[in-house]
Design a protein around this ligand. Structure first.
Ligand code: 2AM
Ligand code: CA
Ligand code: CA
Ligand code: CA
Length: 264
C-alpha cells in the first residue's frame, strides 16, 4: 500500500498544477452553464479540474475512490476504504465574476476518518494543508493551535442568506448571534472560510447547506489546530449526504451551540 507521505506529496503536487492551470485559464473564454437554478453555475474549468484529479488518482491509486462535485468519479455512497472528496473549484461564482476568492478543496479520508486536508487559494497562492496528527500549515508557515476568544470578540463567517427568510433556519436565531458578536464576513467559498477559521483569521463559520466536498478538506484543517467542526446541532458531519456546518474555535463552539442554537 502507498504511504500517506507519498499520497500527500502527490496531492500537493497535483493541486499546485491544477491551480496553475486555473490561473492560466483567466485569459481564455469560459464556457459557463447552470445546474439546479440560474445562480448555480459550473464552467468547463470545474469539469476539467475534476477530470485532472480523477485521471491522476486512478493512474496512481486504482483502489482509492473519488467523490467529486461534478460527479465524474463513481457514485460513492459510503466512506469505506480511502476516499478522495474533491471540490475542483469551490466558489465558482467568484471564479467567474471576480477571478479570486475560490479554492481547490480536497479531503482524503480512510474509513471515514480525515487524514489529509488541502485547500488551495489559487490566486493568493496560499496552500492550506494538514495531515492528521502532524499539524496544519499555510504554505510553509505552521498554523497555531486555536485558543478560545470571548463571544463579544467573535468574527463569524456567514452568508447573509441565513439571516433572511429561508427554508432551513428561523432567521431570528442567527440574527441574535450576529448582533452579539464583533462582526461577520462572507467570502462566498466554504473552503476559504474554513481555511480562514483554521488560520484564526475568522473565529467561526456557519452554513446551513453544504455538500461533502465543500467541507471535507476544511474539516481536517480546522480539527488539526484544535477547532471543532459539527453540524448546527453539534452532531458529527455527514460526509456522504452533507447538511449544516458549524466550525469554530474551542469553547466558543460550545457556547454558541448552547446559547443560540439550542432552539434550532
Ligand atoms: P461551489 O462554488 O463549489 O458551488 C457559496 O456560498 C458556497 O456554497 C460555496 O462554497 C459553494 O460551492 C457552496 N454552494 C453553492 N451552491 C450550493 C448548493 N446547492 N449546495 C451546497 N453548497 C453550495
Ligand atoms: Ca457548484
Ligand atoms: Ca463547493
Ligand atoms: Ca465546486
Amino acid at each position: 500500500m502507498a504511504s500517506w507521505k507519498e499520497i500527500d506529496t502527490h496531492a500537493k503536487e497535483w493541486t499546485k498544477t491544477a491551480g496553475k492551470r486555473l490561473r492560466e485559464s483567466f485569459k481564455e473564454t469560459l464556457n459557463i452553464s447552470t445546474k439546479s437554478n440560474r445562480n448555480d453555475l459550473v464552467t468547463n474549468m470545474d469539469k476539467e479540474t475534476e477530470e485532472f484529479f480523477i485521471t491522476k488518482i486512478k493512474e496512481n491509486y486504482p483502489d482509492h475512490r473519488i467523490l467529486g462535485e461534478e460527479g465524474m468519479g463513481e457514485g460513492v455512497t459510503d466512506l469505506n476504504g480511502i476516499v478522495w472528496i474533491i471540490d475542483p473549484i469551490d466558489g465558482t461564482m467568484n471564479f467567474i465574476h471576480q477571478q479570486r476568492n475560490f479554492a481547490i478543496s480536497i479531503g482524503i479520508y480512510e474509513n471515514g476518518v480525515g487524514k489529509i486536508g488541502l485547500i488551495y487559494d489559487v490566486v493568493h497562492d496560499e496552500l492550506y494543508h494538514a495531515v492528521k496528527g502532524q499539524g496544519a500549515y499555510m504554505n510553509d508557515v505552521k498554523l497555531q493551535e486555536l485558543e478560545p476568544v470571548a463571544l463579544s470578540d467573535m468574527i463569524l463567517s456567514l452568508n447573509a442568506t441565513w439571516v433572511t427568510e429561508n427554508k432551513r433556519i428561523d432567521p431570528a436565531i442567527l440574527s441574535k448571534l450576529v448582533k452579539d458578536i464583533r462582526g461577520t464576513r462572507s467570502y462566498g467559498s466554504a473552503a476559504i472560510e474554513l481555511a480562514y477559521t483554521a488560520a484564526g483569521r475568522v473565529d467561526g463559520y456557519i452554513s446551513l447547506r453544504l455538500a461533502p466536498w465543500d467541507v471535507a478538506g476544511g474539516a481536517v484543517l480546522v480539527e488539526e489546530v484544535g477547532g471543532l467542526v459539527t453540524d448546527l446541532r453539534g452532531k458529527p458531519l455527514d460526509l456522504v449526504n452533507g447538511g449544516s456546518v458549524f466550525a469554530c474555535r474551542p469553547v466558543l463552539h460550545e457556547e454558541v451551540l448552547k446559547k443560540y442554537l439550542a432552539d434550532y
